[in-house]
Design a protein around this ligand. Structure first.
Ligand SMILES: [Zn+2]
Ligand SMILES: [Zn+2]
Length: 356
């Protein structure tokens, strides 16, 4: 007989040691489980692009990460469990079903528990937000590529379009960064995009690289959940001139040296002069010799103001007035302007761009 007041198992009357709510070890183990594990756990994958839905959010994760997530979210451990260890193996049984075999261990009230379970991960097909919107021809913004001053070639439009891919890569992954539609239109090229943010980032890149302006237009197309739904149109006009070209502007010849915030810095060719001009100022300008058409010639004879060289178009000697910054150099950069050769002063950009 146990003495009065001495603890004993409430279930079977066995003497200590006792655990939990006063039970001997066998009774405690019979009544307590380390973990509760559901037999079936569902998950959703986009049938079109393969991304996974987790707690209402679509994420691009691997299958391994899906199993980790399902285990984290579906296992319920005993409130007093400590030193928990989880090991698992998976076995695919069909396209949609994968068995997750679990080996669990943990300590409750100083007793080590080791348990094994099998959980069935059941995949359901869904369609993510991006794919739903793509399928519905959803778009938020249109970027219109155009030019001013001269027509751009197909190749020039292709090069402008390629920069969108660069901009997209440089930004972090966003499911709305997709192209709904694109193609040439009369006088330009249009790209229809899923994201206003991407359209604006591209517009900034274009003006930084090629100069020119972006004009934004917002239009309201409806209302949803009490908020106006707007669409953005970005009209980008690439100037007909590029840095280094020879242009006629206000009766004189100039070369754009760099892009400024609302125009370009231009350098005059026949004397030392540098000035800023707005896009509007430059609208009347005309490209006379593109930088890619300039050539560099060796000077055979020269005095202080005139140089002689072999004209590559006729193979006869020709003379030109030397540029204002000429300091007995042996070569000169020249451009054919309205049937005549004109020597150009040196600009920083000449060092970076090679001449064929
Ligand atoms: Zn007992
Ligand atoms: Zn999708």
């Amino acid at each position: 007989m146990s003495e009065l007041g001495e603890a004993f198992c409430l279930v079977c009357g066995a003497p200590p040691p006792l655990f939990g709510e006063r039970m001997c070890e066998p009774c405690f183990r019979k009544r307590v489980k380390l973990a509760e594990v559901p037999e079936n756990v569902p998950w959703v994958r986009c049938a079109r692009c393969g991304i996974v839905e987790l707690q209402g959010k679509w994420v691009n994760i691997s299958e391994e990460e899906v199993w980790d997530e399902l285990i984290q979210r579906n296992l319920k451990f005993h409130v007093d469990a400590e030193d928990i260890g989880i090991a698992f193996e998976t076995r695919r049984v069909s396209d949609r079903h994968t068995l997750i075999h679990l080996q669990l261990e943990g300590v409750i009230d100083s007793l080590l528990f080791q348990e094994e379970y099998t959980m069935r991960a059941r995949m359901a097909n869904g369609v993510c937000l991006t794919c739903t919107r793509k399928a519905g021809n959803y778009y938020e913004a249109t970027v219109q590529l155009r030019s001013s001053g001269r027509k751009l070639s197909e190749e020039e439009y292709e090069n402008l379009r390629k920069t969108l891919d660069l901009v997209k890569e440089s930004l972090s992954d966003d499911p709305m960064f997709f192209i709904t539609n694109e193609g040439p239109v009369t006088g330009g090229y249009d790209v229809v995009l899923g994201s206003k943010g991407l359209a604006r980032a591209w517009g900034r890149h274009l003006t930084k690289e090629y100069g020119g302006q972006v004009v934004e237009t917002n239009s309201t197309v409806g209302r949803k959940d009490g908020i106006d739904v707007t669409r953005l149109t970005l009209l980008y006009r690439k100037p007909g001139y590029e840095l280094g070209d020879v242009i006629r502007w206000r009766e004189n010849l100039w070369r754009p040296a760099s892009w400024a915030k609302d125009g370009a810095i231009v350098e005059r060719i026949d004397r030392q002069e540098r000035t800023g001009a707005t896009w509007r100022d430059l609208e009347s300008s005309q490209v006379l010799a593109r930088m890619s058409e300039h050539i560099v010639v060796d000077l055979i004879n020269q005095d202080s103001s005139v140089g002689e060289f072999l004209d590559p178009t006729t193979w006869t000697m020709a003379s030109i007035r030397l540029p204002w910054d000429h300091k007995a150099k042996t070569a000169a950069r020249i451009a054919r302007i309205e049937g005549e050769w004109i020597a150009l002063h040196s600009m920083a950009i000449d060092e970076n761009v090679s001449i064929e």
